[in-house]
Design a protein around this ligand. Structure first.
Ligand code: PEP
Ligand code: MN
Length: 263
């Protein structure tokens, strides 16, 4: 199926590469969300991310603050003017986000691996025009990734982008999720009009890998980055080891070399 796409153009967001989305893995408290968002906005970040419902590998961890956190994201919008993005995994999440005026939705890696779940989200989005970012499925299956994009597109959503967050493997010596760059590169070959963002946080799983992964993504011509940033990373309730402060993120972004042929 050929995808019918439209560019995601957001007022006030530069069309230059890289588009940057940043924010904590999870919304934890109103203070943590507002403090992180304010610091990121001061560094020029225009799109804020925070997970409200968290798909955790094992039970017993923090599974997200839930609907209450949507009000905090609304407040981020109001106080900083940033666009706000969160993850949806069920039709109920979609309805809650639409009701709260969330600007951008993303589908997580565990969800995009499940066609029934993606279809449920697509059905809930029928007739709605909102940008949707589709993460690769946890397993290295390009067709499943494209299939998820097709399901959302078939529901009438045209402002789509893909997020490369690496692929699960038993070997976690270096990466939390193997980059397998050839897979997103093949996705670009198959669907040239589809923007692709890189998520260095979930690929690397550790802060030290964020800078080199961001640079690699830029060298490969990726359109943007989605990076986890937290006002106090070490005390984060999820993914603590891979989050950076807004200051560190700004430092990393300023060091990126964007080659002319990719501008
Ligand atoms: C996240 O973005 O915090 C997340 C849960 O990511 P993924 O779906 O890529 O594991
Ligand atoms: Mn995370």
């Amino acid at each position: 199926m050929e995808l019918e796409l439209q560019p995601i153009e957001l007022e006030g967001v530069s069309k230059e590469r890289p588009v940057v989305i940043a924010g904590p893995c999870s919304a934890e408290t109103e203070e943590q969300v507002m403090s992180t968002a304010t610091q990121l906005a001061n560094k020029g970040v225009k799109i804020f991310r925070a997970g409200i419902w968290k798909p955790r590998t094992k039970p017993g961890g923090f599974e997200g603050i839930g609907v209450e956190g949507l009000a905090w994201l609304k407040n981020v919008k109001k106080e900083t003017g940033m666009y706000v993005a969160t993850e949806v995994a069920t039709a109920k999440h979609v309805y809650e986000c639409l009701k709260a005026g969330i600007d951008i939705l993303w589908i997580g890696a565990r969800t995009s691996a499940n066609p029934f779940a993606v279809q449920e989200i697509a059905d809930a989005l029928k007739g709605v025009d909102i940008p949707v970012l589709v993460k690769n499925p946890v397993n290295p299956d390009l067709e499943l990734w494209i299939g998820a994009l097709e399901r959302i597109n078939a529901a009438g959503l045209k402002r789509l982008a893909a997020i490369h967050r690496g692929f699960s493997s038993y070997d976690k010596k270096i990466y939390r999720n193997l980059p397998q760059w050839h897979i997103p590169i093949e996705l670009r070959r198959r669907i040239p009009a589809l923007p692709i963002l890189c998520d260095p946080s979930h690929i690397g799983g550790k802060r030290e890998l964020i800078a080199p992964l961001c640079q690699q993504a830029m060298d490969l011509g990726f359109d943007g980055l989605i990076v986890e940033s937290h006002c106090n990373p070490d005390s984060a309730w999820s993914d603590a080891s891979q989050q950076v402060t807004p200051d560190v993120l700004d430092y990393i972004l300023n060091l990126l070399v964007i080659r002319k042929e990719h501008q």
